[in-house]
Unconditional design. Structure first.
Length: 54
C-alpha cells in the first residue's frame, strides 16, 4: 500500500521501454520488416542509455 505512490526510477522506466520496443519489433517482424528494424534500432538506443546508468 505504501508503494502505491512510489515513482519508478529511470532505470526501471528504460527497461520497460526496451521491453515494449522489442515486443513491438517481434510483432512487426512478420508483417513489416522495415518497421521491425526501426523498433530494434530504437531498442538498442534505449539499451545504450541503460548501460550508461550502470
Amino acid at each position: 500500500m505504501f508503494g502505491l505512490f512510489k515513482t519508478k526510477s529511470e532505470k526501471e522506466m528504460l527497461q520497460k521501454q526496451y521491453e515494449k520496443l522489442m515486443n513491438e519489433a517481434h510483432a512487426l517482424s512478420t508483417s513489416n520488416r522495415r518497421m521491425s528494424d526501426q523498433k530494434v534500432f530504437e531498442a538498442e538506443e534505449v539499451m545504450k542509455k541503460l548501460e550508461k546508468l550502470n
